[in-house]
Design a protein around this ligand. Structure first.
Ligand code: PLP
Length: 357
């Protein structure tokens, strides 16, 4: 653990743990939160008052700027428990980097590594019993920051709160996905904020997603803002396809660059698959499906892990993908990632950050 000298962390432990009330075999995503949270304040240009306290309500002003002008960003990370009880966080330094990229784009202050990473490790060492040991389950970690200045008027806030909350979760999607290619609404445009994990990106997705839900789809496949011809990503996960002998994932500044996506492409390269990060048109995908060349398609993200896609809807037609069971690359990736996360294979790539070490 890093020595927290610049930003000492005050710790106040809960008097009433909620742990005994949790059924670890029936975890609904995001409903159960662990005993403690980390909170830090940014005021007058400096980070101060870093503390780990019992999970509980925060007080806010009605004129708090995040509520009105949307300076709010977050991250999603998972921690796993090895059979020997070791707690391991999956590539959190990548989330730390992305968090500060989001902060920069939203004109928010960077969070120091000592507070983000050091605070995260300390929080998990305190709430280590909250990390599930059930296969498929994990401790979901939600770092977030929002503007707290109590003043109306569009300008960068002068104060911010950085918080980390955590909670045990099971699988996010529990069945193969039916995705609809969205050709009217837009998630992100060139020069916009698509690459950042800011709250507004999710608010704008809800209405188009609900329309797709009403049509029998689980989620959208967003396309480019200009022509709606090129595939971007799903609502909270990146998309990866296997077309012919190539693993392909869309790229560009309008997509959120997922740690899961990146890890899967790194694995594909390591294992000798042909892997490409490039523009993918909807037509290429549909033609590929019709020709029987799309053997695998899945959504990749921390919350969703790797979720197979079974059906793609486009312009009123639905296209079926091959059965999930025969998907060689997806199966290999999922097996490897699970073995790595639960400490069953050597961590050759250095992707596990062990808590307390
Ligand atoms: C978080 C997120 C992803 C997945 O990123 P990971 O780092 O793999 O969790 C993909 N798309 C969007 C829009 C996201 O918010």
């Amino acid at each position: 653990m890093s020595v927290t000298e610049t930003y000492p962390i005050r710790v106040e432990l809960t008097k009433e743990s909620k742990l005994s009330q949790v059924d670890f075999n029936d975890l609904k995503f995001g409903k159960i939160l662990a005993d403690h949270m980390l909170v830090a304040e940014y005021e007058d240009g400096v980070w101060t008052d870093v503390k780990i306290v019992p999970y509980g309500d925060l007080t806010i002003s009605p004129s708090m700027s995040a509520l009105h002008y949307g300076q709010a960003i977050f991250e999603g990370i998972k921690a796993y428990k090895f059979a020997d009880g070791t707690v391991s966080i999956f590539r959190p330094e990548k989330n730390f980097e992305r968090f500060n990229l989001s902060a920069q784009r939203l004109e928010m202050p960077a969070v120091p590594e000592e507070i983000f990473m050091g605070g995260l490790k300390k929080l998990l060492s305190i709430d280590s019993e909250w990390v599930p040991s059930v296969e498929g389950a994990a401790l979901y970690i939600r770092p977030f920051m929002f503007a707290t200045e109590a003043a109306l008027g569009v300008h960068p806030s002068i104060s911010y709160k950085f918080v980390i909350i955590t909670g045990p979760v099971g699988a996010y999607y529990n069945k193969p996905l039916r995705l609809k290619v969205e050709t009217h609404y837009t998630r992100a445009a060139q020069g916009g904020v698509g690459f950042s994990k800011n709250a507004g990106n999710y608010a704008l997705s809800l209405y188009p997603t609900r329309i797709a839900n009403d049509e029998g789809f689980d989620q959208l496949i967003w396309t480019d803002a200009k022509e709606h011809k090129y595939i971007e990503e799903a609502g909270t996960a990146n998309l990866i396809f296997r077309i012919g002998d190539t693993i392909i994932t869309p790229d560009g500044e309008t997509i959120l660059h997922g740690v899961t996506r990146r890890s899967i492409i790194e694995l594909a390269n390591k294992w000798g698959y042909k892997a490409e990060q490039r523009t993918v048109s909807v037509q290429e995908l549909i033609d590929g499906i019709k020709a029987g060349e799309v053997s695998e398609a899945f959504a990749a993200g921390t919350a969703a892990t790797l979720t197979p896609i079974s059906v793609i809807g486009f312009e009123g037609q639905t296209y079926e993908l091959p059965p999930v069971e025969g998907r060689e690359f997806s199966t290999k990736v999922l097996t490897y990632l699970n073995d790595l996360r639960y400490g069953r294979v050597a961590d050759e790539l250095g992707w596990n950050t062990l808590v307390g070490k």
